[in-house]
Design a protein around this ligand. Structure first.
Ligand code: HEM
Length: 81
């Protein structure tokens, strides 16, 4: 069993601004990346995924298909869908 709480898609979708928090999903995981937005090497583009799935964006920007990027993402995990 997982140590993480389960969130609905609706709950994730309600977090799509720096004010309300920026959450994204990736492969069933939920991530609060609010603090990471300002550190993102790709700048504000990251906000396009706010409240939704990373997969379609990372399919376009293959630079994310690296172990070190996934390790970075894992630090922001807050739950699961
Ligand atoms: C680059 C992380 C979401 C667009 C990068 C890099 C990291 C990163 C670590 C540098 C990779 C390297 O050079 O080795 C993340 C994380 C994300 C995220 C953790 C989500 C939590 C997004 C989204 C987009 C995006 C949603 C587009 C809509 C880009 C672009 C670059 C980049 C364009 C290349 C920047 C450059 O080298 O000029 N990202 N990213 N990223 N990211 Fe993201």
């Amino acid at each position: 069993t997982s140590a993480f709480p389960i969130f609905s898609q609706e709950e994730v979708t309600s977090h799509r601004s720096l004010e309300d928090g920026v959450w994204v999903t990736y492969k069933g995981g939920v991530y609060d990346i609010t603090e990471f937005v300002a550190m993102h090497p790709g700048g504000d583009k990251i906000l396009l995924a706010a409240g939704g799935a990373l997969e379609p964006f990372w399919a376009l920007y293959a630079v994310h298909n690296q172990e070190h990027v996934l390790e970075m993402l894992s630090e922001y995990k807050v739950g699961e869908l």
